[in-house]
Design a protein. Structure first.
Length: 217
């Protein structure tokens, strides 16, 4: 049976959430200008798995209509399911929707879900908005290693010179993955302190960290 907009529409209207989830997956096979209107309905589905799958696709389909995509994603930032909120934050970052910075910031401050916070921190790096510096610094100081790793990467992407002072102490962090991400981040920043820290990381006992640092010297 061939996949058509009509067949997908039928599945989206099914009482069986499995049919609706299959419809969202089939939407990937359609051109974006046809797929985008169909995916919108699924972002409001009663089942969180369907909403998650649909919101995740907005990261690519939203390029067809960024303004409408932003409206949809901001709405899903308020979803009752953390996975859906995280997917919305991921999509906002992927689409570079800088007007949603305040919405991301407010959600970060109000949620206790680490996954949502992680997605927001990662998205802020992709947005490249310098207003994110203080929030990323807060994430860096959180004590959560996953958040710290994401914050280091995003501070590098942000390219704000203020990041150098707060990043370089992580060259001695016991988690080699944090040191590895630090080497990547410092490669995006400038200054003598960056060079000195990269030289230190180039002598790291973990091969992956040392090689990454050397590649940026």
């Amino acid at each position: 049976m061939s996949i058509t907009p009509e067949s997908i529409e039928t599945l989206l209207n099914s009482h069986d959430f499995g049919d609706r989830l299959r419809a969202v997956n089939q939407i990937r096979q359609l051109p974006s200008e046809i797929a985008f209107p169909l995916i919108q309905k699924a972002t409001q589905d009663s089942n969180p798995r369907v909403r998650y799958a649909a919101v995740s696709q907005i990261a690519s389909l939203g390029k067809h209509n960024p303004e409408l995509a932003e409206t949809i994603l901001r709405d899903r930032l308020q979803d009752e399911e953390a996975d859906v909120q995280a997917a919305a934050a991921d999509a906002i970052g992927a689409l570079g929707l800088t007007n949603s910075f305040t919405a991301l910031q407010q959600l970060y401050q109000s949620t206790s879900e680490w996954l949502v916070r992680f997605s927001i921190v990662a998205a802020l790096g992709e947005l490249g908005d310098c207003r994110a510096f203080d929030l990323l610094k807060e994430a860096l100081d959180s004590g959560n290693e996953l958040l710290q790793t994401a914050a280091i990467g995003s501070l590098g992407e942000l390219g704000d010179a203020r990041a150098v002072t707060i990043l370089t102490p992580y060259a001695t962090n016991p988690d080699w993955q944090i040191r590895y991400r630090l080497a990547q981040a410092l490669s995006r920043l400038e200054g003598e302190a960056c060079r000195i820290t990269l030289e230190q990381l180039a002598r790291d006992e973990v091969v992956q960290v040392a090689e990454e640092a050397k590649s940026h010297l």
